[in-house]
Ligand binder design. Structure first.
Ligand SMILES: Cc1cc2nc3c(=O)[nH]c(=O)nc-3n(C[C@H](O)[C@H](O)[C@H](O)COP(=O)(O)O)c2cc1C
Length: 163
């Protein structure tokens, strides 16, 4: 019998980001993948489920922070991807450490490989998502941790350069 093909979303390796957004004094965070679309200006694209609380906050403020998850944050990425901000304050219940953003209200998450502060420049609806094209306004990188990748619904370290 022919082997069943994996879902298309499981075929390509993806970045793992802890996306934060803040509105009305409340923070929310979700796990999301992201792709770069331009170096100069630095533009990236995320697609966010319209049902999510993060979506509501981005619609209100036009900004978010992408915290590039480190290999130490896999458990957090799974939890942020499986809980909804309307039901629980994820920052309190998961004890997430934060630092204030420099150019946006959304906080940086401590322990991330990088925190990229983004402002939406355009958006459009696709199916149950809104696709946001955003400019990276500012970012900080941690030298102490490494990013994690998601592939076929598993998380991987990027430890070895292939030549
Ligand atoms: C590895 C991974 C990647 C994900 N990528 C996305 C994504 O790109 N867009 C999206 O809308 N949801 C994505 N999710 C699901 C959201 O994180 C999930 O729906 C979350 O509970 C929304 O939280 P909120 O309602 O508090 O905003 C992903 C989940 C995981 C585990």
């Amino acid at each position: 019998m022919e082997k069943r093909k994996p879902r298309v979303s499981h075929v390509m390796p993806c970045s793992v980001n802890l996306l934060t957004a803040t509105a009305g004094g409340k923070n929310d965070a979700m796990t999301a993948t992201c792709m770069f679309i331009s170096e100069e200006p630095p533009l990236l694209v995320v697609s966010v489920d319209k049902q999510s609380l993060t979506h509501e906050f981005i619609e209100e403020t036009g900004e978010f922070t992408l915290n590039v998850a480190s290999t130490n944050q896999v458990d957090l990425a799974k939890k942020l991807g499986a809980t909804h901000g309307r039901k629980v304050d994820k920052f309190k219940s998961l004890g997430i450490g934060t630092e204030p953003g420099k150019t946006v209200k959304a906080p940086a998450i401590k322990g991330a490989f990088a925190s990229i502060e983004c402002k939406v420049i355009t958006s459009f609806p696709v199916s149950r998502y809104t696709v946001y094209v955003a400019e990276a306004i500012d970012y900080a990188i941690s030298e102490k941790v490494s990013p994690v990748a998601w592939h076929q619904d598993r998380y991987y370290k990027l430890t070895e350069e292939v030549r």
